[in-house]
Design a protein around this ligand. Structure first.
Ligand SMILES: NC(=O)c1ccc[n+]([C@@H]2O[C@H](COP(=O)([O-])OP(=O)(O)OC[C@H]3O[C@@H](n4cnc5c(N)ncnc54)[C@H](O)[C@@H]3O)[C@@H](O)[C@H]2O)c1
Length: 271
């Protein structure tokens, strides 16, 4: 179903790796709502992933960029404005990676060069992206910037490892940079805190099957899917949310305000 919510709007979508990616679903929904965009991902991910398929179905161009490199981000923003013929109305940051998680290194036994790399990819890249957009004055007034985050930034999920710290940092960057973007450019900046979702990044977390099932049983509306997240992001890019900024917005079926649910209790009663 399309409401033409993004007709006449244009932007950049980071992080579509394959059809499971939240960014992939978001690109499809933004396209259905009339938005135009440039797709981007790290050069290595472009070789492994299927982004070309998405580019052809959404009639979009691809500009590779490692989001930890300011030079590559500058090139991305310049090229995107050339391709789209003007400034941007929306940007989705949908990037996350921890080498400690990937290599099974415990939180109490970090390899700090991996910790630093994971921070740069997952959190630092958001500051770098916004700084490039800000300095190049690349956003139109009433534009919208969204990054994706997870609840482990605020509550303990032991196996989320150093990604929990990266997400806390990411959410803080959204508020801190969002102030300047709001004041100086009338642009809003928010994070969407999404339910566990079966993507390449999600499934890489140890015990993922356990905590996606647990979250499903805890949430009165069940887990939000990648498509639900895409729809929320469309709303955040549209003119219907013009003065929502500096927020961490939960898209989690109610999980974040739960103490315990009857479904979870049943697993422990009379056992
Ligand atoms: N899957 C979940 O359970 C879940 C829950 C909440 C939030 N999130 C967040 O959603 C976002 C998208 O993740 P996803 O679940 O769709 O997984 P995904 O694996 O499909 O997407 C992660 C993307 O990050 C990109 N990336 C990694 N390093 C990069 C770099 N240096 N430069 C540019 N791009 C780089 C990858 O290529 C990939 O496209 C992430 O921020 C993730 O933390 C995911």
């Amino acid at each position: 179903m399309s409401y033409n919510l993004l007709k006449g709007k244009q932007g950049i979508i980071f992080g579509a790796l394959d059809a499971h990616s939240i960014a992939w679903k978001t690109a499809e929904r933004v396209y259905e709502e009339g938005g135009r965009f440039v797709l981007t991902n790290a050069p290595i991910a472009m070789r492994m992933g299927k982004i070309n398929e998405l580019a052809s179905t959404t009639n979009s161009e691809i500009v590779p960029a490692d989001a930890t490199s300011v030079e590559e981000l500058e090139n991305l923003v310049e090229k995107s404005m050339e391709i789209l013929g003007g400034k941007l109305d929306f940007v989705l940051h949908s990037i996350g990676m921890s080498i400690n998680v990937r290599k099974g290194k415990h939180y109490t036994d970090q390899n700090y060069s991996w910790t630093h790399k994971g921070w740069d990819v997952s959190a630092g890249s958001f500051h770098k992206t916004m700084q490039v957009l800000y300095k190049k004055d690349a956003m139109n007034e009433w534009g919208s910037i969204v990054a994706l985050t997870y609840m482990a930034s605020q509550r303990v999920f032991p196996d989320y490892n150093d990604m929990a710290d990266n997400k806390a940092y990411l959410e803080s960057i959204a508020r801190s940079f969002g102030y300047f973007f709001g004041k100086d450019k009338k642009v809003r900046v928010n994070t969407i805190s999404q339910s566990p979702t079966p993507t390449t990044a999600g499934k890489g977390v140890k015990g993922f099957e356990g905590f996606i099932a647990y979250a499903e049983k805890m949430s009165p509306l069940g887990n939000a899917t990648a498509l639900d997240c895409a729809n929320y992001t469309v709303a955040m890019f549209s003119d219907l949310t013009k003065r929502v900024t500096l927020q961490n917005l939960y898209n989690d079926g109610g999980f974040s305000n739960m103490g315990v649910s009857n479904d979870i209790m049943e697993a422990f009663v009379n056992k």
